[in-house]
Design a binder for this molecule. Structure first.
Ligand code: X2X
Length: 359
């Protein structure tokens, strides 16, 4: 009798546990991955690359669909993090800029002209992301409630304007420049004497068309070229004033539901997407490694010199000399000091140590 009772007890425990087990194992038929810019951007291409790799490696168990053009947040790009955290979005390949209003630490890469004045801006970027300052940023993201899978890159943000050329801070005086609605950008462009206008990317192209603003800043390969920025602006200032790293992240509930094997695959695919995304963003602007990598993958776009594409389309490029850059660096000193204070000593010291390690 006691044995029978024991059996009944374990059977009912099993019956209770079964639906839970089944629920934990059930995958969604589609996972939604959010991307802010349009489908031809380097950023959306990186997300597609990741989704394809994941599908292939999991034999279709994990089916990720990329939703570009901020469609999962009705264009409001700075609400992406909250939507990922609450599970309205499953995955995001997101810019630190769009999440920085909620996660202070993500303002670090936007400190104006810090990376631009390093001996090698790409080595400096990689040292930040892989170093202690990168770890502190990841910790901050995870503490706020989403799981980090890997970095990728939108790229160094360059200035394009309809009035110009812009080679000194004084040239920017009074120009209306479209920026993302994140306070560090307002401070930086105010410091430069410009008139920063907060506008979602979803409305920006119309804004350029209608001349609501005189300029904007975005990376060369991933955005300015794919958008054909020459349709709106003639002047290009290659000032590298900040790098725009991307974070591949997933909602923690979604993450926990994946098997250990699939979690491992997702991590590996994110690492591959980082290499691909960085190569796309750096093409023609590094020591040749990006083009080599893309060519080996068979995924090189049909050009190898982005600057030639810009000039062929009538743009006038100003590549700033170190002396010219120094003026921009000095003019933004107060904005930098304010944000360094805001970010705190630990993070700023970590960044300096990371940068030092590649000098
Ligand atoms: O809005 C922008 O400028 C963009 C597309 O680069 C970001 O989402 C940060």
């Amino acid at each position: 009798m006691r044995l029978v009772n024991k059996w009944i007890k374990s059977l009912s425990a099993l019956a209770l546990a079964l639906p839970l087990l089944a629920e934990a194992a059930a995958y969604k038929s589609e996972y939604r991955l959010s991307v802010v810019p349009g489908p031809t951007s380097g950023w959306a291409k990186t997300a597609d690359y990741f989704a394809d790799k994941v599908k292939e490696r999991t034999a279709g168990r994990v089916n990720i669909k990329v939703y570009p053009a901020a469609q999962l947040m009705a264009g409001k790009q700075t609400s992406e993090f909250m939507l990922l955290r609450n599970g309205s979005i499953d995955f995001a390949l997101a810019s630190t800029i769009n999440w920085s209003p909620q996660i202070k630490e993500l303002n670090l890469p936007a400190l104006p002209f810090v990376m631009a004045t390093q001996p090698d801006r790409y080595k400096a970027t990689d040292a930040m992301l892989a170093g202690k300052s990168g770890k502190l940023m990841i910790e901050a993201v995870e503490k706020k409630g989403v799981k980090f899978l890997g970095w990728a890159e939108n790229g160094f943000r360059e200035l394009t304007t309809s009035k110009g050329p812009i080679t000194t801070p004084d040239d920017l005086k009074g120009l209306k420049i479209r920026v993302v609605g994140s306070p560090i950008f307002i401070d930086t462009f105010n410091a430069l004497g410009a008139n920063p206008v907060n506008m979602n990317w979803s409305e920006a192209t119309t804004g350029f068309q209608q001349g609501l603003v005189d300029g904007q800043e975005n990376p060369t390969n991933g955005i300015n070229l794919t958008l054909k920025i020459w349709d709106f602006h003639k002047y290009y200032t290659d000032w590298h004033y900040m790098n725009d790293p991307l974070l591949m992240c997933v909602n923690p509930g979604v993450w926990k539901n994946f098997s250990a094997e699939d979690q491992q695959i997702l991590q590996e695919c994110a690492a591959q997407a980082e290499l691909y995304g960085k190569a796309l963003s750096r093409l023609g602007m590094d020591d040749g490694a990006a083009l080599k990598y893309l060519t080996e993958l068979g995924l090189a776009p049909g050009y190898d010199d982005p600057y030639k594409v810009l000039t062929d389309n009538g743009m006038e490029i100003s590549k700033l000399t170190p002396e010219q850059l120094q003026l921009f660096y000095e003019r933004t000193a107060q904005a930098r000091a304010k944000w360094e204070k805001n970010l705190g000593t630990e993070l700023i010291e970590a960044l300096h140590a990371d940068l030092q390690s590649v000098q």
